[in-house]
Design a protein around this ligand. Structure first.
Ligand code: 5GP
Ligand code: ZN
Length: 112
């Protein structure tokens, strides 16, 4: 289920524009507005939940589905030499959007 007051739910619904690179019935991948690497994509499930710790079984299946799709999506978008996935969880990690998302970083040698 999507949420009315969530930035990424609004992006999923098309209420806020984004540069989409992949979409199906379960997930959306779009470009991060403030890229931290040459390629910086965000993968979101079409279901609103904040943390891995909050997931029910269905949501865990969605994350598994995303992980199976991401390698080909990354390769098709400039990460054919590799990529890094980041999932920020909570305050100390600096999570700023509370809809679970997977950062896909690459397109260059990552220095950290
Ligand atoms: P977090 O810090 O929660 O792990 O990541 C949130 C990410 O969302 C950040 O990398 C930030 O640049 C990105 N972001 C924030 N607002 C927008 C937006 O309106 N559009 C897009 N495409 N990315 C956004
Ligand atoms: Zn949301």
């Amino acid at each position: 289920m999507l949420s009315d007051d969530c930035l990424f739910c609004k992006i999923i619904e098309g209420k806020i524009p984004s540069t989409k690179v992949y979409e199906d019935d379960k997930m959306l991948v779009f470009k991060d507005i403030e890229p931290k690497a040459k390629v910086h994509l965000l993968a979101v499930a079409k279901d609103h939940f904040k943390l891995l710790a909050d997931m029910n079984d269905e949501q865990a299946e969605l994350v598994k589905y995303m992980l199976t799709k991401i390698p080909a999506i990354a390769a098709a978008n400039g990460c054919e030499k590799g990529f890094r996935l980041v999932i920020n969880q909570g305050e100390d990690a600096g999570q700023s959007v509370f809809h679970l998302h997977i950062h896909i970083l690459g397109g260059e040698t990552l220095g950290w």
